[in-house]
Design a protein around this ligand. Structure first.
Ligand code: KIV
Length: 314
């Protein structure tokens, strides 16, 4: 009020009109800040609506007894559908070498090719945790090279974490990669990158010696700082025993129902690969047949001139 009296004298305006002008200005300023706060709140809620699944979240899920769902994915479109369906983890697997490139093993896929697939998946994913396989040859030579490869994948793709095959042999590299700030998922049991050593994709750790090594490798990986471990194609009782002995979650493929989560290759579970039907695989669709029908019908329509009709042209 004192300031208003002073300005009234100074500007020659009546006290009443000056009081009115001041009030209008005060109300406008209040409205502006209220509006700004509302906008910021709306923006914040848009961001907080979709919460990214982190490596830590997955460890908490184990303590709560909540199962972890994981599928492989290699491209943008499939990633958007999967992410929108509510999957917890998407794995940019080196199985891309098989299902995307047609190789008979995972060995030929390169670091650059894995980064390309990971970039496509990251662009299509908002909520799911994106983990990328370190390909054969990108981490086995030495710890320094392993860390360099790991940093390249994360830096160039924007993925959330990495998966590495192996136990004791790679524990040093795992520690170094984690020290660089990158979460690591282990992979034990059937390790497809060692196919030339095994000679077959059959069940692993059937004998006591291999089972004992797997149990101690799992403990080592946990101690090295891994946030989860994939257990591939091992007896269900062994997978359950390992799962119970660890604080970190296990994710099984062909390892029974006693693990903390499950993973499948997406083309396999969608039934796109008709000839592939191992015991552990459940097919949730018959896309091979559905797609074949679609292609056959399209070809027939083009040949007969039935496609396009008058509603499908400009
Ligand atoms: O590359 C892959 O698809 C995998 C899964 C089988 C776990 O590693």
């Amino acid at each position: 009020m004192l300031a208003e009296l002073f300005f009234a004298g100074f500007t020659g305006l009546s006290i009443k009109s000056l009081y009115l002008v001041t009030k209008i200005i005060k109300v406008s300023i209040k409205k502006f800040y209220l509006c700004k706060r509302k906008l910021t709140k709306t923006k914040m809620s848009v961001h907080s609506e979709i919460k990214k699944v982190t490596a830590n979240n997955l460890m908490v899920m184990k303590t709560k007894g909540e199962k972890i769902s994981m599928l492989t994915v290699y491209d943008y479109t499939m990633a958007t559908i999967m992410d929108g369906s509510g999957i917890d983890v998407v794995l940019v697997g080196d199985s891309a070498a098989n299902v995307m490139s047609g190789y008979s093993s995972t060995l030929p896929i390169t670091l650059d090719q894995m980064i390309y697939h990971a970039q496509c998946v990251v662009r299509g994913t908002r909520r799911a945790h994106v983990v990328v396989d370190m390909p054969f040859g990108s981490y086995q030579v030495c710890e320094e090279e392993a860390v360099k490869s790991a940093i390249r994948i994360i830096k160039e793709s924007g993925a959330d974490s990495l998966k590495i095959e192996g136990g004791e042999e790679i524990a040093g590299s795992v520690r170094k990669i984690i020290n660089a700030g990158i979460p690591v998922m282990g992979h034990l049991g059937l390790m497809p990158q060692s196919i030339n050593k095994y000679g077959t994709y059959a069940l692993r750790a059937k004998n006591d010696e291999e089972a004992a090594k797997l149990i101690s490798d799992a403990k080592l990986l946990e101690e090295a700082g891994c946030y989860a471990i994939v257990l591939e194609k091992i007896p269900a009782t062994l997978a359950q025993q390992v799962t119970k002995s660890l604080r970190i979650p296990t994710i099984g493929i062909g390892a029974g129902n006693g693990t903390d989560g499950q993973v499948l290759v997406v083309q396999d579970m969608l039934g796109m690969n008709k000839g592939f039907a191992p015991k552990f695989l459940r097919k949730y669709a018959s896309l091979f047949d559905d797609m074949t029908n679609a292609f056959v019908n399209y070809i027939a329509d083009v040949k007969s001139g039935a496609f396009p009709d008058e509603n499908e042209q400009y």
